[in-house]
Structure formats: C-alpha cells, structure tokens
Design a protein around this ligand. Sequence first.
Ligand code: NAD
Length: 349
Amino acid sequence: MNKIKIAFFDTKPYDKKSFDEENTNFNFDISYFDSKLTGQTVSLTHGFDVVCAFVNDTLSSGVLEALKQNGIKLIAMRCAGYNNVDLKKAYKNVHVVRVPAYSPYAVAEHAVAMMLTLNRKTHKAYSRTRDNNFSINGFLGFDMHGKTAGIIGTGKIGQKIMSILNGFGMEVLAYDKFPKNDLEKSLDFEYTELASLYLQSDIISLHCPLNAETRHIISKKSIEKMKDGVMIINTSRGGLIDTQALLDNLKTGKIGAAGLDVYEEESDYFFEDFSSQILTDDVLARLLTFPNVLITSHQAFFTKEALGNIAETTLHNIKDYFEKDKLPNEICYRCDSDSCLKEKLGRCF
Ligand code: NAD
C-alpha cells in the first residue's frame, strides 16, 4: 500500500521536529509547507490524502471545496479549537479531526504567568535591573491571596487554572453555559451568573471556546459591569474580546491590566517575526504601547509535553481514519446536539 501523504501547513521548526520524531512510529509521508493554508495555497494539496492545519490556517467554505476537489479526505487539526473551520461546509465532504487536549496545564500555567507578570511587573524589573536601575517605583502590586478570580469556561483548562488560583488562596467564581455542578466542591469554587462574576472579580480569565454566542463576550456592555481596575486574561481566542472596547477601557483605567495570548486579528502577525518592519495594524500597535498590557504570541500551549502530545494524537487520528471505523476525535457542526451520529456510527457521518 502506498504511504499516506500529508500536506502540513504553517510549519515551524519545532513542529517539524516533534512530528518527525513521532512519525517514526507511523511512517506517513509528510510534506511540510511554511505557508499557511489559504485560498492561494490550497492548490499545493493536489495529490495528498490529508491536510494538517493549525489555528491560523483558513478552512473557509471555498478552501474546503478546493480541498475536496483535490481529493483530500481528512483535515487533521493539530489544535483543540476549530473556530477557523467551516464545519457546515465540511459535513459529508471531508472529515475533520482535532486534538481535544494536549496539555491543559500548559495553557493554565501560562495564564497564571501572565497574571503574575502584570501584577508584579517582573517583565519590567528584568529590563530595569539589567540597566543597573534598582528602583522599584511603579512596581507596586497586590496580594492575590484573598482576591476574587472569575473563570469563564470550566472545561479542561478552566479546571486547572481554578486549582492553581485556589493554591494562591483566591476566592474562585466561575461561569459556564454547561455547568458541571459536581466540580464545585472538589475544586473549591462557586458557579455564578456572568453579571455577578463581572461585579465581583478582580481578575477575569477566559477559557471558553469561540463561537457565535461567545464572540465579544467581553464587550463595552460587559466591561461596564466589571470592577474598576479589573485584570482581564485571554488565552482562549481573540474574538472573545471586542478589542476596541478593551482599548477604550484601558485608556480610561476601567481595565487595570490585560494579558492577551490571542488577538482578534492575530493571523496576520502571530508566530512570525516582524521586528524589522512597520506594524500596519493600528489597534495592535496601540495595545503594545500600554505599560499594563502584556501580549504573547499564542504561545500558551507551547511546552515540550504539549508538542509531543499534539504530534502523537494528530498522527493517531490520521491512522484511525484510515484503519478503524471509529474516529473519537472527529468534530462536526452537529457534535453539540443530539443529532450527531458519532455515538451510533463511531464517526460523525
Ligand atoms: P473545553 O472544551 O475542555 O472547555 C470549554 C468550556 O467552555 C466547557 O466547559 C464548555 O461548557 C464551556 N462553554 C461552552 N460554551 C460556553 C459559553 N457560551 N459560555 C461559557 N462557557 C462555555 O476546552 P479547553 O481545552 O478548556 O480549552 C478552552 C479554550 O482554550 C479552547 O476553546 C481554545 O480556544 C483555547 N486554547 C488556547 C490555547 C493557546 O495556546 N492559547 C491552547 C489550547 C486551547
């Protein structure tokens, strides 16, 4: 049998390293493309069986149609989120699998790193002391102990962050559209409505998926309900925050600090080096001027353990597609409803 051919998009050196290592157990024929998958680059997929894509690849209706025409049978997302895939268009045209969890610890720990950095200004202290400046003016922080954290989304990552913040002695409140009430006792937090979470929280951290309902969950209106000086952390997806509203409220001081590992318009910039170029995104450029804003470039997942798990699960998903009836990590637009066929068929269609 011919080797299964995989077109791998948006490749970085660390992807190639982890997938090449893991592929010694699978023996797939992987071609690594530096470019992102877009309407322009989709022609590269001709002759392949599988496309392996990441968070900023474009899997719009038009791209999916072209993939189908090119004979692609499977899209293997090497990430958990799939907001960039037109799942309605994919249904019955091409199967889509993902990596539902690769290290909730990695993302939760990064979110906490952002909180600590913004609170205690260690990023600024690092530069200051290297310049022989040992003044601590401007570095005043607050005890996290005794403060209230509001967690939106109590899934795999939300649960890990709640455990960490409990360890700091914070009061933890949470909101989830689908609350898991049995968790409240074991993880020592309290579910509450969004309005009350906004009203009480000193730090708000987002851990829900991006979809039509959660887009701009942090908006002008919701910010109005928050405490003055609130810290907002987003390691989920940029579209959860209305960035203009965030900017406006950073300017007035209503928002005291923001830690952003994701950004609405990140696909043009994140993961790339623009250090010798002019930023044309005025909103991103403005955000970068605030001393109380910390932006990282979608790196919350980026640990050795997570990269290994991503490669292993992605290649297993591909093997399952070709060798087994059941595809446990398949996703479709019906997965959130009772009409999804996965339980009955083992696959979504
Ligand atoms: P998960 O599916 O385990 O948990 C998501 C939680 O959000 C669930 O409990 C779900 O019930 C809840 N939810 C769904 N709709 C909601 C709504 N309207 N309001 C509030 N809560 C809602 O997912 P996870 O593994 O914890 O990941 C969370 C998010 O983190 C992902 O969607 C992904 O976008 C993001 N992520 C980011 C990185 C990164 O590197 N920055 C890495 C992995 C995941």
